[in-house]
Design a binder for this molecule. Sequence first.
Ligand code: HT7
Ligand code: ZN
Length: 870
Amino acid sequence: PIEVFRKDYQPLPYKVDTIELDIQLEPRKTTITTQMTIISSSPTVTLDGDRSVIELQHVLLNGTLLQEGTDYQVTASELTLLQVPLHTPFQLTIQVTTIPEDNTELSGLYQDSSGMYCTQMEAMGFRRFTYMADRPDQMATFSKVRIEADKEQYPVLLSNGNLLEQGSCNDNNNRHYAIWQDPFPKPTYLFAMVAGNLGKIQDEYTTKSGRRVDLQIFAEPHQTHLLHYAMLSLKRAMQWDEDRYGLEYDLDLYNIVAVDSFNMGAMENKGLNVFNTAYVLADPATATDTDFERVESVIGHEYFHNWTGNRVTCRDWFQLTLKEGLTVFRDQEFSADMNSAAVNRIENVRALRGRQFAEDAGPMAHPIRPESYISMDNFYTATVYSKGAEVIRMYQTILGVEGFNQGLKLYLERHDGQAVTCDDFLQAMADANPDIDLTLFRRWYSTPGTPVVKYRGEWNEDGTYQLQLEQETSDGEPLHIPVAVGLLDQATGEEVVSTQVLNLKESQQTFTFSDLAGPVVPSILRTFSAPVKLVPLEKDNESLALAFLAAHDTDGFNRWEAVQRLYTSLIFQHLPSKEESSSSSWNYVEQAFARTLDTCLDNSDYSISAYVLTLPSESTLAEEMDMIDPIGLHQARSTVKQQLARRFESVLMEKYSALTELLSQTKELKFDATSIGLRRLRNVLLDYLCSLTDTPEERDRAAQLAMNHYQAATGMTDQMAGLSSLVSIDTPHRQDALDQFYQQAVGNSLVLNKWFTVQALANTPNSLETIQQLYQHPDFTLKNPNRVRALVGAFTMNAVAFHQPAGYQFLGDVLLAVDALNPQLSSRLASPLIQWRKYVTGKLMKEQLERLLAQPKLSDDLYEITDKLA
Ligand code: HT7
Ligand code: ZN
């Protein structure tokens, strides 16, 4: 495998100006003829092409047939023209054939399970389609894309831009064609085409400058009733981008297509987004509240890419965060505005800590702008996306919303139509805000690892408070860290200094607050103003201060955070390696839990209450440990959960019933923030109540409650909550409910995925056996990434099933099977194993990696992440 380095970037000595494609679709032999105009300053021109999936038929230069060997050479990954005209445009015609049916990697041109043809070109799929300069700094105009296919099987033919012409083929009445043209120059990764038997829903949107845009969302004909929420979300996203950033859509047509087999969430191809069905199909009977939220945010994300990614794209793939970090930030802000900002922030930080922090502490740690890769597909990571979004958020925190918006405006104006770098983005931000020095901020792009910020406060009798901040980074050099701080009066709990942003730029800095009437408690890193770990320099009174913040902090995020920290210390005291819980820790948790539970129905912040009552996830907890005993951790967390459930059982039940009553007052299922919050809170309470299963009586009670919850559910959120609780209880209801759910899932692939996942996550002693049986189930297939993630991805999150010798062995077996079909999928599934160094069971995990590495035909993708053994 070849490692590519950021420092080696070189512009190409030629430019592809226009591209015309003729695509003759046949499952066993698709023919692609490309005509391009090139101008070159070098006598040789090298194009990318993957000979394992495309077969070269012929090459013509200005109409003359070229000879292999004398005029051009072909290797496994390149086609080199040996003598081309210098500095004058010439026409190159290349014909290749490919077999979409055999393309199980889902990169390039492939067929999904319904037989539909679709493409996925990012990052390097175009070279699996035809020979081309397949890199993002090569922007060409796709002036004519002609797609031809069987009329009956593939009535819908789509590509980017505008439809110029369509009709029947003169020479064969069974076939038809469509011709598309995209007026915007674009890199190859934004090209797309789709052909299939598709249904659609239609709508329209008029931009603020009066452009009428036709909106169409396509899916298999029996799924079109599931597309309405996506359409609503699209219109909201278009409106939001105009309102917030003044950014309008720029074509007359916006198409989205849902495909069942897709490696990631969705793809922002110009004017033709392709979506994983899981992120576009949703109705109350089949989708949970979280699914709905995800549809809204992914629809937003892909739409927002039209400016941040498509109009201004990346010079090279090392700059990926330029478009992804920025666009995730934009989709987070969109979701925050559409729903609740505080809830959103908590959800995003939970996700960041659960995944990105682990990545940053493991062998695949990399800066948001990586320095090298073997397979670029491995760098579509939580670091590039989520930490990248945090870096963008820090610009906004440092510059203020107005300063940030000015910077973004300048960046988009300055670089419209260009392929640029993260440095260009920083420069635009700096130029738009000349009073603020961003020199040190640049280091966020090159520094891996999660920085640690330590603090100590000192109150002085002269009415001043000194806050000492220290930072530790992976290279020992300081970063520019915006730390949002407020101060609360220790006596009254009132806020005496409202949030201000301290710019921590040195390894150690002291900030002084004056004119204070009495001692204060600091609320630090409000709204999680930087992606760092915050720890006190002195642990002595930490729990007391956290309990104070849990009760009084005006910053909703930090109130939640304080309770999470209290839970964490209590859970850690229950680890096998630690002593019995100290009563003070339990008392603080008990107080905070009681207060939240008592007041959880008093205002409409139901989601916040739900998250405050939820214990940190095992992955978040693991992130705080030097050496992880996954089973011990799982048990410690379960113990604390049960203790809380037992202590508060009657109040939990009382609130659960009150919420049931509140929810039953509206007949129709609603998806506003309040209704979602009510369901979320009730489902958290259910989870506590169903954790009490020590005696047969308790088990019966829990099973009955979960079964009732499941059966009375009016939508998928409650159904899944009931079923999730039920599957972890040893009760005959368990199988009844699973069988019932299976019947309901027949014919709906996404619901069937939930059936697999709920069982893969079940907390039962024999969960691994169940998972292995499900692996053999007739509905299980390795060809559909959603199905694989539903079972195998979920399995790796089930500590009891996964963290045992047979569990590691099973994952190893699965990875080998998946790698032969789809390397992008296998390398993602392997990521839990690469954290082996931090696990007490690491030796066994490492053995599986060694087993994989010993395989003669391991993919580059899987090789790159398993090779971190030393
Ligand atoms: N920009 C898209 C990335 C993507 C992708 C990358 C590699 C392999 C398959 C893929 N499908 C989509 C998604 C996005 O961030 O919007
Ligand atoms: Zn994206």
